[in-house]
Design a protein around this ligand. Structure first.
Ligand code: SF4
Ligand code: SF4
Length: 466
């Protein structure tokens, strides 16, 4: 797959206009420019490309760049952002550590005892969320009950909806559940519909691949049950079904089969192919996607996008869509990929004891933000943690200062850094760095060379199909 290499625009000042941190990409008849400080990008004509390359900025170009936010008038519109500003709107609740499956890459204990959240704790957590929303004038939130297998605690999931409707009708809450799909049946599908729950199902692709990676507690295959579960949701008129597939070093060479499976068997789902990180569990490290496998994975996805376009299909991978939305609209809607790791700022997680953490992947005591039994509201807990809690230590490497993707990446996933180093020591995640570079370089190529296809992929999302 082709990529475009950027040219950095050396700092310049034209008519009092400050030009800095800009990266320019040249396609065959279009260009793309991005400001690495604020993530704002713009597709440009070849004429504008030449002007920028030659440092001969016309008034028309300067005015377009200024109104877009790519450049600033010296001393007026500072493009840097206040990093202490945050609005938490995504709340995960760890409902159970139990699971009815035993996937090979899972770090949870499916046999854990006393692992379910209590109704009493659910009340406290939802009250704490409502208190936060009212203090901070937040009226739209996402709540994600989480597990283990979350639907093992289905009555408590529905209870969240009932309690919110009763105690805080002024707050618009979207509730979504990630499930392994085993428990989905007609009765559950009807309840999911009744309580307006969004569902994401974990399925690793074709039967062979899925059953190698995701088996039940008795080591039975689960693929057919999961597919039946997804089809059951569809039959009951549940829209916006998402799926998540973990791509491992063993399944990477089958990405085209996996995509083919979704197109032919589950064409109505929006899928997301996530690479497996180094898990901090040495036994499983052989499954992680590392080194040049990162490029290989993105290339395989991109090649499928191009191949299927010829066959009349638009490939709807969630990570590609998120990246394109960043490059075109700078949508700040992804917790992990729109402005670096927003764990602990945009998102927090509550565990069964009411402890509050910045990310569901870590429960180390030294990164805890607080507990629901404390009198402080959530906003105060987070503000107090911002300069004391090592989770929030800014990550940086010398190469980030010269990287077009700095705004979106910010050194990558904090949990990955902690898995890689044992602590957030301010270094970048090597894993995130490789994936982000591989993805964005290829997405800029797609944007400049296949603009119509790119816009179709984005347009699909606007229509609510993705
Ligand atoms: S970690 Fe890598 S991709 Fe991320 S900003 Fe730094 S250099 Fe860029
Ligand atoms: S630590 Fe990683 S997974 Fe957690 S919120 Fe941050 S980027 Fe996302």
């Amino acid at each position: 797959m082709n990529t475009l290499k950027p040219i950095k625009i050396i700092e310049n000042e034209v008519h009092n206009i400050k030009i800095s941190n800009l990266y320019l990409f040249k396609g065959s008849n279009k260009g793309y420019i991005i400001n690495s400080m604020n993530g704002i990008g713009m597709l440009i004509s070849s004429e504008f490309y030449s002007e920028i390359e030659n440092g001969a900025f016309s008034d028309e170009l300067l005015s377009k760049m200024l109104s877009r936010g790519l450049i600033e008038i010296s001393g007026h519109n500072d493009l840097t952002e206040d990093e202490t500003e945050f609005k938490t709107s995504f709340f995960l609740i760890d409902m159970t550590k139990r699971c009815n499956m035993n996937c090979i890459y899972c770090l949870r204990n499916p046999y854990a005892e006393n692992a379910n959240i209590s109704f009493e704790m659910m009340d406290k957590i939802v009250d704490k969320i409502i208190e936060y929303c009212h203090i901070n004038n937040v009226d739209m939130i996402d709540i994600q009950p989480w597990g283990g297998e979350t639907f093992l605690e289905k009555e408590k999931i529905f209870y969240i909806r009932k309690k919110l409707d009763q105690d805080a009708p002024d707050i618009k809450a979207s509730i979504s559940v990630e499930t392994n799909g085993i428990l989905l049946n007609d009765e559950l599908a009807e309840q999911i519909k009744k309580y307006n729950i969004k569902v994401g199902v974990s399925i690793d692709g074709t039967g062979d691949i899925h059953d190698q990676q995701r088996r039940d507690l008795l080591n039975n295959p689960t693929f057919e049950k999961v597919v039946n579960g997804i089809e059951c949701l569809h039959k009951h008129g549940i829209n916006n079904i998402g799926t998540i597939s973990v791509i491992t070093s063993e399944s990477i060479s089958h990405i085209d089969d996996i995509i083919d499976f979704f197109i032919s068997r589950l064409p109505y789902v929006s899928f997301k192919l996530n690479h497996m990180h180094s898990p901090g569990n040495r036994k499983m490290n052989y499954l992680a996607i590392t080194d040049d496998k990162c490029e290989e994975m993105i290339d395989r996805i991109m090649n499928c996008i191009l191949l299927y376009e010829k066959k009349g299909h638009i490939i709807k991978d969630g990570n590609v869509i998120c990246g394109l939305n960043n490059l075109i609209y700078r949508k700040d809607n992804n917790i992990c990929h729109s402005h670096g790791c927003m764990g602990g700022k945009k998102m927090i997680i509550f565990d069964q004891k009411g402890d509050i953490y910045p990310c569901e992947l870590l429960d180390y005591p030294d990164i805890k933000l607080g507990n629901v039994n404390e009198r402080s509201d959530i906003g105060t807990m987070i503000r107090n943690a911002l300069d004391q809690n090592s989770f929030f230590l800014k990550k940086h490497d010398i190469k980030c200062s010269d990287c077009p993707w700095n705004y979106y990446c910010q050194g990558g996933c904090t949990s990955a850094v902690i898995y890689e180093n044992g602590v957030n020591n301010g270094s970048i995640s090597v894993d995130s760095c490789r994936i982000n570079k591989a993805l964005y370089e290829r997405l800029v190529w797609l944007l400049t060379e296949k603009t119509e296809l790119t816009l179709k992929i984005i347009q699909k999302e606007k229509e609510g199909v993705i």
